[in-house]
Design a protein around this ligand. Structure first.
Ligand code: HEC
Ligand code: HEC
Ligand code: HEC
Ligand code: HEC
Ligand code: HEC
Ligand code: HEC
Ligand code: HEC
Ligand code: HEC
Ligand code: HEC
Ligand code: HEC
Length: 320
């Protein structure tokens, strides 16, 4: 009896194992088939002309695309050429006939159909826009933060610069609140004034430098405009050749000249020369008590006026 029970238990266990193996097989074959189906859809379903889609979507919010670069028929790959709407929305024949979801739905899923994965959305755009501009997109801060191309670019909209709806700095500042407040400080780069923009220094599509900078280093980014500080100088000031942001905050500062710390403290963070006290200066140097230059005006740079480097034969102390 005992052994028979054990045997039948063994048999049912075996059955369960076999069944689950079989089930696993079915499930995995199914998903493989599903994958192949989508792949086939992408490649083989007859391309739907834009007119098929416009039979239902002929409203101004959608057709605005025809006045953008994506709607110009003469451009290969644009919406009115080749695969039409499907060049972005993917093979959507079944959507047009049976109201299934379009293959690729952009945005955040606020519409009737669920939005596609951000990665799938972006792959559509990158299929045409794999350029030097976007080459560092993969693993960039914005890609890692799951930003969609369409979170910055509006596609169905009358033409504007690079299909950006707001001025691009306004776009960036809508997410980057810390920089918004820095740009309001008394010393700041003229971004809000419209003389330059975030993209004067940053490439939002990624870069091979820190902080999505568009040039190959911080210093290169700065000296692309401030050529006078680029050097090389006869007498270099080491932190200047290394990294401008050692002393400057690029976005804005409450100190003059975008300085991150007020003089003389800025200089004293590194220098403690015997005859230039590195201690705090007290009130005795305030006029009219006998002026102490380290407390006046531009402080250490009253005398060390060529702080970024000197080409004068006797400028080794950065005084001329
Ligand atoms: C038979 C009518 C019909 C046709 C043809 C049709 N659609 Fe749609 N489509 C709809 C309806 C209805 C909706 C849901 C209502 C809405 O969001 O506008 C929709 C929604 C969409 C959406 C928005 C998805 C979302 O939730 O944001 C996209 C994108 C779309 N269609 C693309 C296409 C494309 C591309 C084609 C051509 C291949 C096409 N449609 C053809 C009726 C149609
Ligand atoms: C270059 C890529 C691209 C092409 C081509 C394109 N779309 Fe879109 N479509 C998008 C993106 C991105 C969105 C999300 C909203 C936006 O950015 O404007 C969108 C949104 C939509 C929506 C939802 C709009 C809404 O506000 O509910 C519909 C419907 C739609 N597209 C239909 C079409 C049709 C029809 C065509 C062809 C005439 C077409 N699209 C061509 C990229 C594209
Ligand atoms: C089928 C190819 C194709 C696809 C897919 C595509 N584009 Fe384009 N895109 C073009 C072409 C062609 C132009 C016009 C030529 C140019 O400026 O490079 C263009 C231009 C642009 C521009 C510049 C517009 C300007 O005013 O200078 C932006 C931005 C852009 N596309 C973003 C996108 C985004 C975001 C997507 C995905 C939602 C996308 N594109 C999908 C082909 C494509
Ligand atoms: C964080 C916002 C942001 C995201 C995300 C973004 N872009 Fe852009 N894109 C911009 C801005 C801003 C410009 C204008 C750049 C300029 O003026 O120098 C631009 C310009 C472009 C241009 C035009 C380039 C040119 O040289 O004229 C293309 C094409 C483009 N983007 C494609 C894409 C694609 C594809 C993606 C997704 C992989 C994407 N963008 C994601 C902000 C963004
Ligand atoms: C939709 C929101 C959004 C928009 C719009 C946006 N960003 Fe970002 N950005 C992020 C997120 C999220 C991160 C990653 C987290 C962080 O560092 O704050 C990020 C990171 C960054 C970083 C830091 C990169 C690093 O390596 O530390 C820079 C620089 C940046 N963004 C610049 C820009 C610029 C320039 C624009 C406008 C063209 C822009 N962003 C638009 C959301 C946005
Ligand atoms: C003058 C050049 C310049 C301009 C203009 C500029 N940035 Fe920056 N940004 C930088 C530099 C340089 C860094 C790196 C700072 C560092 O590492 O200390 C940086 C860093 C950042 C970071 C990362 C901050 C962190 O703490 O990691 C963000 C986010 C950012 N910038 C957003 C913006 C936005 C948004 C704008 C437009 C409003 C903008 N920047 C305009 C030069 C600039
Ligand atoms: C796209 C060009 C451009 C780039 C890149 C640039 N700047 Fe500037 N910078 C300017 C302009 C324009 C001004 C304002 C000049 C004026 O007001 O006379 C300025 C002003 C300054 C000032 C003086 C601010 C004041 O309040 O007097 C400093 C310091 C400065 N930049 C440092 C930097 C640093 C550090 C970098 C790199 C992170 C940098 N800049 C990158 C264009 C640029
Ligand atoms: C060791 C600290 C330090 C470093 C590093 C530094 N600066 Fe400065 N910078 C200063 C000081 C201090 C001032 C203010 C000078 C004054 O008040 O007379 C200044 C002023 C400026 C100004 C305003 C115009 C002027 O000459 O008065 C610009 C522009 C500038 N720096 C650009 C740069 C650039 C670009 C770099 C990187 C190549 C850089 N700085 C690196 C300390 C530094
Ligand atoms: C991040 C550190 C750092 C900061 C901040 C800094 N310096 Fe320097 N400075 C150096 C280094 C390193 C040298 C080269 C020292 C050497 O060769 O012995 C140097 C050299 C000098 C020299 C040349 C003297 C010599 O011994 O060769 C002078 C003068 C000087 N700095 C003044 C200043 C002033 C004024 C400030 C503030 C505006 C300042 N430094 C800010 C690091 C710094
Ligand atoms: C009244 C003008 C004056 C002021 C203000 C001044 N210095 Fe000097 N500093 C000099 C002179 C002159 C020398 C050069 C002495 C020499 O050539 O031997 C010098 C030399 C230096 C040296 C090189 C020291 C060495 O041992 O070779 C450093 C570093 C320095 N100063 C930093 C500073 C700092 C930091 C401040 C602000 C706290 C400052 N200086 C303020 C005039 C000044």
């Amino acid at each position: 009896m005992q052994s028979k029970k054990l045997v039948s238990l063994g048999v049912s266990l075996l059955l369960v194992v076999i069944l689950s193996l079989f089930w696993g097989l079915v499930v995995s074959t199914e998903s493989v088939m599903a994958q192949t189906r989508t792949a086939q859809d992408q490649q083989q379903s007859a391309p739907q002309a834009a007119n098929t889609c416009l039979a239902c979507h002929n409203n101004p919010t959608v057709t605005a695309i025809f006045s953008t670069p994506h709607g110009v028929g003469s451009i290969a790959g644009s919406a009115s050429n080749g695969r039409g709407c499907e060049s972005c929305h993917g093979a959507s024949g079944e959507h047009a006939s049976t109201m299934q979801s379009p293959a690729v739905v952009f945005g955040d899923g606020g519409g009737r159909f669920t939005a596609s994965d951000v990665e799938i959305q972006n792959r559509q755009c990158l299929s045409c826009h794999q350029t030097t501009e976007t080459v560092h997109w993969a693993a960039s801060a914005h890609q890692s933060a799951d930003l969609a191309c369409a979170s910055c670019h509006t596609i169905h909209v009358a033409p504007q610069t690079a299909l950006i709806e707001r001025t691009d700095s306004g776009l960036c500042l809508s997410c980057h609140l810390e920089q918004r407040s820095q740009l309001n400080r008394r010393s700041h780069h003229p971004v809000a004034e419209g003389l330059m923009s975030c993209t004067s220094c940053h490439n939002p599509h990624g870069s091979d430098t820190v902080a999505l900078l568009s040039k190959s280093s911080i210093t290169d980014t700065c000296t692309s405009c401030h050529t006078e500080e680029r050097g090389p100088f006869l007498w270099e000031h080491q932190p200047v050749t290394e990294d401008c942001t050692t002393c400057h905050n690029p976005h804005g500062s409450t100190q003059a000249s975008l300085l991150s710390v007020r003089q003389p403290f800025l200089c004293q963070t590194c220098h403690s020369e015997a005859f230039h006290p590195s201690s705090l200066y007290n009130g005795t140097g305030i006029p009219p008590a006998g002026a102490q230059q380290n407390l006046l005006g531009t402080s250490c740079t009253n005398c060390h006026s060529v702080i970024h480097g000197s080409n004068h034969p006797s400028g080794s102390r950065l005084t001329r």
